[in-house]
Design a protein around this ligand. Structure first.
Ligand code: ZN
Ligand code: CU
Length: 475
């Protein structure tokens, strides 16, 4: 029997949570053709994998690479971590459908450049990705914030009936054209004035398509419990599945609250559909003027448009150098993004350990000094939290990065190693896997990733991209 690629003697972790097994895996074209003891098979390419783990390629349910997949299609920040599928359009902000013109209000201006190609319909964006695919598979949520920016001239009030109707029509069209769900970000200024009732109206459209309501909640700090209650209420009112993005309890005063929020989620799961994801870091990253600096122990400037030379530096040091207070320094740096040391290690571990939590990077690859999560998230969980800290098993970790996420977001044929499934694969060394990226050197690729394959084609080998761009658009 002849395969295109044959992996021999791999420690196969199949993504379901099942214990690893030593197997051979044969790939023909874009699918897994056979698994087991395959002595009679030959491969066009053969990999001897003794001692190495072969797993489904990781699925990142929360990124902001809507534009980067077009401008930097090799997506090394993802493939170098073993990620083969990403979900864009998060936190209420998607690249499409976009009828508004620049300058875009923050945080849309962080996700999109001023010269971004404008896709008036979501289907236009998909068509472009199909014509010029990136290395990874992509799916995209439709952002309520983007729809608001399109539909409203004054964002500082609730949408009126006509505006809600316009946004619902646009959302319905975008979901029909392949958007995989709705995302909202009432934390962010363009959607802050949206009352719960407006979000429910939007969630009803997602529900009609059998898709999820995914949210960067209104408040992840002092009012995280109220915000979680609002999210659950939206799910109940619209009878829609809800998904809490990058769950965290931000701010010194709120450290430890995850004990309560996870209990709330657990109780709600008895009678409604609730899921969540999180990042494995105590620092978050968003627009510099998000108000988070008041609750953080340290703030790094990720990027500043008027002061690019300040990228990577401590906000307090910049203020001291300029002989101004923090707020004044921040004002001078805008538009800008920052990295905020704002979470408690205990909460990070508790949320990560919760059995229904998926792993996400929340990566924003634009910018000169991004958060290390952009390049390091998945290897950090597998190395630091699984091998070194022992939070849970490697099989469990892979499950939360693959099959759990594929099932949650309806990504068919992905996330599990089985005959007939797409050949999205990662080969790694469990003994050495670790993030390379740090807060000081955020662009360093991970250690221990031997190779990454998307739809049966190698995209990352020998610590470099291969140039292949076999990614598909998923709906
Ligand atoms: Zn967010
Ligand atoms: Cu986000």
């Amino acid at each position: 029997m002849q395969a295109d690629i044959l992996f021999r003697n791999a420690e196969v972790i199949d993504g379901t949570g099942a214990t690893r097994q030593r197997l051979d895996v044969a790939v023909i074209e874009d699918r897994i053709a056979a698994m087991g003891d395959l002595p009679d098979w030959r491969g066009g390419v053969e990999h001897e994998c003794t001692g190495l783990v072969l797993a489904p390629g990781f699925i990142d349910p929360h990124v902001h690479h809507d534009e980067i997949v077009l401008t930097d299609p090799d997506m090394a920040c993802m493939t170098s971590q073993g990620v083969t599928t990403i979900i864009n359009g998060n936190c209420g902000f998607s690249i499409a459908p976009l009828t508004a013109v620049p300058p875009f209000p923050a945080p849309l201006d962080i996700i999109l450049s001023p010269d971004v190609p404008r896709f008036v319909r979501f289907g236009d964006y998909r068509a472009r990705l199909n014509a010029e695919p990136p290395a990874v598979n992509t799916a995209c949520l439709i952002g309520h914030g983007t729809l608001r920016i399109n539909a409203m001239t004054d964002l500082n009030r609730p949408a009126d009936a006509a505006e809600i109707a316009a946004m619902r029509t646009a959302l319905d069209a975008a979901l029909s054209e392949g958007g995989i769900g709705l995302s909202t970000g009432p934390f962010y200024p363009p959607a802050r004035a949206a009352p719960t009732s407006e979000l429910i109206e939007m969630a009803r459209v997602a529900q009609a398509h059998g898709k999820l309501y995914v949210t960067h909640m209104r408040d992840e700090g002092d009012r995280v419990r109220e915000s979680l209650e609002e999210t659950l209420e939206i799910g109940r009112a619209a009878e829609c599945g809800v998904h809490v993005s990058h769950h965290k309890c931000a701010g010194l005063a709120n450290h430890g609250l995850s004990e309560i929020t996870l209990a709330m989620i657990d109780a709600a799961r008895q009678h409604q559909d609730v899921g969540l994801d999180t990042t494995p870091w105590i620092a978050s990253s968003t627009m510099l003027n998000s108000g988070r600096h008041r609750q953080a122990t340290r703030v790094l400037v990720a990027e500043s448009v008027p002061h690019p030379e300040m990228a990577g530096r401590d906000l307090a040091d910049i203020a001291a150098e300029w002989c101004v207070d923090i707020d004044k320094a921040m004002e001078r740096l805008l538009p800008a993004t920052g990295t905020f040391f704002i979470m408690d290690e205990g909460d990070v571990r508790r949320i990560l350990s919760y059995p229904h939590t998926m792993v996400c990077s929340d990566g924003i690859a634009r910018g000169k000094h991004p958060h290390p999560r952009v390049w390091g998230t998945f290897p950090r969980v597998l190395g630091h939290y699984v091998r070194d800290v022992g939070l849970f098993s490697l099989e469990e970790a892979v499950h939360r990065m693959t099959w759990m996420t594929a099932e949650r977001f309806g990504l068919k044929g992905r996330g599990r190693l089985a005959v007939g499934q797409f050949a999205d694969l990662v080969l790694f060394d469990a003994a050495s896997i670790a993030e390379g990226a740090t807060f000081e050197a955020p662009f360093t690729p991970a250690h221990g990733i031997i190779g990454t394959w998307v739809n049966g084609r190698a995209v990352w080998r020998d610590q470099a991209t291969t140039g292949a761009r076999p990614g598909r658009t998923l709906s």
